[in-house]
Design a protein around this ligand. Structure first.
Ligand code: FAD
Length: 509
C-alpha cells in the first residue's frame, strides 16, 4: 500500500492507498473526497482498501502571507508589530522577488531588480531609514545620449528634448513636446484612486498607447518619445498596453515627483533581506503556494510539501501568478478574468561594471534614451564612481526579440549598443551581468503588470477587493505608486491594516 499526503498533486491508479489528511480538513473525508476540486483524482482499483488517516501536519498562524517580496514582508512586519502570529510562505529559495542584489567582484553591490527611490516615496524611505539603509543622489550631471535614426545627439536631461536633435527637424521636436503635453493633460484628468471613473475612461481603455499615438500625431519622433516612457516605466509593449492604464500609471506615480532621484548604499535588494532577518523563522522559503481553500473558520494554504492553516491570508504576488493558484471556493468571475489580463512587461536588465565611471570625465551623465535594443541606460555607481556601473534596459518588443537568443549572443548585442553610445571603453567591462526577468518563473517578467485594454474599466475594482478571508497585496494592488517599491510597501500595509481591523472586530464577538 502506498501513502499519499493530502492533497496529492498527481493522479494514481493503484489497488489501495493510505491517505494522510490534515486534522482541520475532516470535511474531505467523505464519499466525494476523490473529486476534491484541487485537481487531484485518485483512481483506486479496490476502494475497500482505502484507509484515511487524519494527521496533524499543518503549521498554524493567525495570518499567512503568500510571497516574501517587499509587499508581503511589509505586511508581515506590520502584522507582527500588531501582535498577530504571522507566517510568510515564499516560492523561491530567496526573499525579495523583484528586489535582489548581487555583490560586485571589485566591491560593493548592484541591484538586479528595482533600485531607485524618490522624495515622495514616504513608505520605502521610512522603511529604509528604520533598517539603517542610507541613500545617495543618483548621478545625472552631464549630457544624456539620445540615439535616434542611427544618429547620436547629446541633450540636456529634458523629456522630450528641447534642444536640437541630430537628423530631426525642430518642427518634429516641437511636435514631440506637444504630444507629451497632451499625454500629461490626459494624466491630469485621471481619478487616481479609481481610474475606471476617469472622464472618457471607456474610450481611453479601448485603446493601446500605440493606437492613441497614431490618432494624435503623424510624427515618428513624437511617437518614439512617448513610447520610450512606456518602455522605461512599464517595460510593456506600447502596442499592447491600455492607454487608460498607462496615463493612470503616470498619474499615480508622476515623473515630476522624481521617483528615480536616489539610490541606496548597499543596494535596494538588502531591504527584503533585512526584513526577513527581522521576521526570522516566520519566513519559510521554497514553499510555492498551489492552493488556498476557505471555510467558515479560516483558510488552508497548501504548498508543494506543506499545509498551513490561518484565519486570513494575504496574497502578495504578481496578479497573473495569483491567478495560477487553485482557490476553493473559486474566486469571483471578475477576479478570475482580471488575472488573465495583467501580464508582466518584458525587461532584461544588464549591469556593466568598470573600474571607474569614466564617462563622467567626458561630461556624460551615463543616461541614454535610444531606439536601439538597449532602450535606456543609467549610471548606477556610488557617488565616487568607483567602481563605475552602467545599468542598461532592454524592454518590450526588443526584449521579446532577444528571448530566443543565447545569453552570449545577447551579451554581444548589448555591449555593441553600449559601445555605440559611449565608445570602445564601454565594450570592456570587468563584470557583466544579465538578469532575464521574463525567464524568472516566480515573477514572469518586469517591471510590473501591464494591463491590457478594457481591463481597468471592466475589472479594475477587483485588483484590491478582498475575497472572503483572502486579501490582496503586491505593488500592482496599490492605487498610488503601483509598480514601484512604494506601491508594494503601501499595498502591504493596507492589507495588514485591513486584516488587523477585521480580526479586532471578530475577536470582539
Ligand atoms: C528590473 C526591475 C527594475 C525596477 N526598478 C524599480 C525602481 O528603480 N524603483 C522602484 O520603486 N521599483 C522598481 N521596480 C519595481 C519593484 O521592484 C517592484 O514593484 C516591487 O519590488 C514589487 O514587490 P512585490 O512584493 O509587490 O512583488 P514581488 O517582488 O514580485 O514579490 C512577490 C514574491 O512572491 C513570490 N511568489 C510568487 N508566486 C508565489 C506563489 N505561488 N507562492 C509563494 N510565493 C510566490 C515571488 O517569488 C516573490 O518573492 C523594478 C522592477 C524590476 C524587475
Amino acid at each position: 500500500m502506498s501513502t499519499l499526503v493530502w492533497p496529492s498533486t498527481f493522479a494514481r491508479t493503484q489497488a489501495s492507498a493510505r491517505v494522510l489528511i490534515p486534522r482541520f480538513e475532516p470535511s474531505r473525508v467523505g464519499r466525494d473526497w476523490r473529486a476534491c476540486n484541487f485537481g487531484c483524482t485518485l483512481d483506486l482499483v479496490g476502494e475497500s482498501s482505502l484507509e484515511v488517516v487524519v494527521v496533524e501536519s499543518a503549521r498554524t498562524a493567525e495570518v499567512i502571507v503568500v510571497g516574501a517580496g517587499l509587499s508581503g514582508l511589509c505586511a508581515a512586519r506590520e502584522l507582527v508589530r500588531q501582535g498577530k502570529d504571522t507566517l510568510v510562505v515564499e516560492a523561491r529559495d530567496r526573499v525579495g522577488g523583484r528586489m535582489v542584489r548581487k555583490s560586485v567582484t571589485s566591491g560593493g553591490w548592484i541591484d538586479l531588480g528595482g533600485q531607485w527611490i524618490g522624495p515622495t516615496h514616504n513608505g520605502i524611505r521610512d522603511l529604509a531609514e528604520s533598517l539603517g539603509v542610507t541613500r545617495f543622489d543618483s548621478y545625472t550631471a552631464g549630457d544624456t545620449v539620445l540615439c535616434y535614426n542611427g544618429a547620436l545627439s547629446l541633450i540636456a536631461d529634458e523629456f522630450p528634448p528641447v534642444g536640437p536633435v541630430a537628423g530631426v527637424s525642430s518642427a518634429e521636436v516641437e511636435e514631440a513636446i506637444r504630444v507629451w503635453q497632451q499625454f500629461l493633460a490626459l494624466a491630469a484628468t485621471v481619478d487616481v484612486e479609481r481610474p475606471w471613473l476617469t472622464p472618457d475612461a471607456q474610450a481611453l481603455d479601448a485603446q493601446t498607447v500605440a493606437s492613441w499615438l497614431a490618432g494624435v500625431t503623424t510624427s515618428p519622433f513624437a511617437r518614439f518619445f512617448a513610447e520610450c516612457w512606456v518602455l522605461a516605466e512599464f517595460g510593456g509593449d506600447p502596442g499592447a498596453a491600455s492607454m487608460l492604464a498607462t496615463v493612470a500609471g503616470y498619474a499615480a506615480g508622476p515623473d515630476e515627483e522624481e521617483p528615480e532621484l536616489w539610490l541606496l548604499h548597499g543596494g535596494a535588494g538588502q531591504i527584503p533581506e533585512l526584513l526577513a532577518d527581522e521576521l526570522g523563522g516566520r519566513v519559510l522559503l521554497g514553499q510555492p503556494v498551489f492552493r488556498i481553500a476557505q471555510d467558515t473558520d479560516g483558510v488552508t494554504v497548501t504548498t508543494g510539501d506543506s499545509t498551513y492553516r490561518a484565519r486570513f491570508v494575504i496574497v502578495a504576488i504578481p496578479v497573473h501568478l495569483a491567478g495560477a493558484i487553485d482557490y476553493s471556493p473559486p474566486l469571483p468571475a471578475g477576479r478570475i478574468q482580471l488575472t488573465q489580463r495583467a501580464p508582466m512587461g518584458s525587461v532584461i536588465k544588464y549591469t556593466a561594471v568598470y573600474p571607474t565611471a569614466w564617462w563622467r570625465n567626458h561630461g556624460l551623465s551615463g543616461i541614454v534614451v535610444s531606439e536601439r535594443t538597449v532602450v535606456a541606460v543609467a549610471d548606477s555607481s556610488t557617488p565616487d564612481g568607483v567602481p563605475g556601473v552602467l545599468t542598461g534596459f532592454v524592454s518590450g518588443p526588443a526584449a521579446v526579440g532577444l528571448l530566443e537568443e543565447s545569453e552570449d549572443s545577447r551579451r554581444r548585442g548589448v555591449l555593441s549598443d553600449l559601445v555605440a553610445y559611449f565608445g570602445d571603453e564601454a565594450g570592456r567591462p570587468e563584470q557583466f551581468i544579465e538578469m532575464n526577468w521574463p525567464g524568472e518563473k516566480w515573477t514572469g517578467g518586469a517591471y510590473n503588470a501591464v494591463l491590457a485594454p478594457n481591463t481597468l474599466t471592466s475589472f479594475g475594482p477587483a485588483i484590491a477587493r478582498p475575497v472572503g478571508r483572502i486579501h490582496w497585496a503586491g505593488t500592482e494592488a496599490s492605487p498610488r505608486w503601483p509598480g514601484f517599491f512604494e506601491g508594494a510597501v503601501r499595498a502591504g500595509y493596507a492589507a495588514a491594516h485591513a486584516i488587523a481591523s477585521r480580526s479586532a472586530v471578530t475577536s470582539g464577538h
